[in-house]
Write a protein that binds this ligand. Structure first.
Ligand code: NAP
Length: 475
């Protein structure tokens, strides 16, 4: 049985609730997992509250050293973590290995944050000192999705820990196994009991955690609908990373070969289960035909198959239920007049779906507006860049946008006009730990990454100090 991590101990649920996690590629049961109920959420938040009294005063150097130690342990256990991730999520093992290596590097980066927490001093009169400082919130509830489970276990917790908060992490019910491994590594690294708590469970567990009065800050990554319901349910400060519908714009000045090859990766990496997936392909009419020939050829060459085979590029979707939702989107797209020109077939065993290309999509169709979150790309054509920008900006999301062009003037103009938190030109998915990002519109609230993370996970305190010998006067 895979338990919760509460107060430094691995425990079953107080009321004995459990659920089963399965390998979505085979349907095989992987294990029983404790299901967090009210008593478990209370116990985890209580443990985090007690631990926060000491943890907030642990030196910056000590917090940094624990994070670096955790990074080393992640590197040492990379093979076990990636294999568990591939089995629990259906993701290709090679992607899982890459992710675990990235996570170790991210932990090293987060280890630089504690010693970068700064305040300021302000102009004052003699006998006074006015300064500001940033203090941890206290208990952070971290609620994560299933699409990059280990990555989110790390990125939802480490910045909060670096800045002196304690955390209660709730992973998605589809993919609990690697967060359990992560919790055990946190203990081995030496984080004191109660500083890192991990609850397994479902939406109900998340709801209880988000609404818990002992939580001072929520960091959530997931769908826009759930993000909104969390914001309504909680009085805590909310940091929300939500859905997206990235436009991938290919101009007539692009290097079509490179754009086609990379756009296939942009659309289908992780079976399209990526918030920034290039799920809307916007093509200049002049180059649409040759581009589509290259794009379809590259799509047909994707190796879809066993997640444990290192040659696999696209694995299974996370569950058969999720695949059914993706297929509903396909049915609706066809009903609205789009055509499936490649892929679209589900596997008999597991939750695989062939990389699927929807052509003839128009901007008002659901396939162009709603997040499908599967291996599906919606192809649209535009006459000029004004129309491309109108289509790209024509959804309530604003997470990311991609441009392919060889012209700097075009790149600068589109970067200016696209309403998205990230604009990639000729380099989709480029990402650095030291660079922050923030979703626009319905895609989020608050910044992630970079030194900006510090302000996200700390609150400002300003202190006016007057010398006892300074005369007291009204300001
Ligand atoms: P989701 O359904 O919103 O769930 C996310 C997490 O919230 C899960 O742990 C889920 O638990 C929990 N949850 C569900 N209902 C809840 C509630 N009422 N209160 C509190 N917690 C609740 O999202 P998902 O399907 O796991 O992930 C896909 C979504 O995440 C997509 O929309 C994607 O765009 C978004 N995403 C965004 C980013 C970004 O950086 N902007 C990155 C990755 C993913 P259960 O799963 O156990 O129900």
């Amino acid at each position: 049985m895979n338990g919760h991590l509460i107060d430094g101990e691995v425990r079953p649920s107080e009321k004995g609730g459990t659920f089963t996690t399965v390998n979505p590629a085979t349907g095989e049961e992987l294990g029983t997992v404790a299901l967090g109920g009210e008593a478990d959420v209370d116990a985890a938040v209580d443990a985090a509250t007690r631990a926060s009294r000491g943890w907030r005063h642990v030196s910056a150097a000590e917090r940094a050293s624990l994070l670096r130690r955790l990074a080393e342990l992640v590197r040492a256990d990379a093979a076990e973590i990636s294999a568990a991730e591939a089995r629990d999520s259906g993701r290709p093992i090679s992607d899982c290995r890459d992710d675990v290596a990235i996570c170790a590097d991210l932990l090293d980066y987060y280890a630089t944050l504690p010693q970068n927490i700064r305040g300021a001093t302000y102009a004052e009169q003699p006998g006074h000192l006015t300064h500001s400082r940033r203090e941890p919130y206290g208990v952070v509830a971290a609620i994560a999705p299933w699409n990059f489970p280990f990555f989110f276990a790390v990125t939802k917790t480490a910045p909060a820990l670096a800045t002196g908060n304690t955390v209660v992490l709730k992973m998605a019910e589809q993919t609990p196994l690697t967060s359990i491994l992560y919790g055990k590594l946190c203990l081995r690294a030496g984080f004191p009991p109660g500083v890192v708590n991990i609850l397994n469970g479902d939406a109900g567990t998340g709801e209880l955690l988000a609404a818990h009065p002992g939580v001072q800050k929520i960091t959530f990554t997931g769908s826009t609908a759930v993000g909104r319901s969390i914001r309504r349910a909680s009085t805590a400060s909310c940091h929300l990373e939500l859905g997206g519908k990235t436009a991938n714009i290919v101009t007539k000045h692009a290097d079509l070969q490179t754009a086609a090859r990379a756009s296939v990766h942009h659309a289908f990496f992780n079976a399209g289960q990526v918030c920034t997936a290039g799920s809307r392909l916007l093509l200049d009419e002049e180059i649409a035909e040759p581009f589509m020939e290259m794009f379809l050829r590259a799509t047909a060459g994707i190796a879809v198959g066993d997640p444990l085979d290192p040659a696999t590029q696209v694995g299974s979707l996370v569950s058969r239920q999720h695949r059914a939702r993706v297929q509903e989107h396909l049915g609706r797209a066809v009903h609205e007049g789009a055509s499936i020109i490649a892929g679209g077939n589900p596997s008999a065993v597991g939750a695989f779906l062939e990389p699927t290309v929807l052509d003839g999509v128009t901007p008002g169709m659901a396939a162009a507006q709603e997040e499908i979150f599967g291996p599906v790309v919606a192809v649209m054509r535009y006459r000029d860049l004004d129309e491309a920008v109108r289509i790209a900006n024509g959804t309530p999301y604003g997470l990311a946008a991609t441009v392919w062009t060889d012209r700097l003037d075009e790149a600068l103009d589109l970067t200016d006009r696209l309403d998205a938190g990230i604009v990639w030109t000729n380099c989709p998915y480029r990402d650095h730990a030291h660079v922050p990002y923030e979703g626009h519109g319905l895609s989020g609230q608050g910044e992630e990454g970079g030194l900006e993370t510090i302000s996200e996970f700390t609150q400002l305190k300003v202190a006016y100090l007057g010398s006892p010998s300074a005369p007291w006067t009204l300001p």
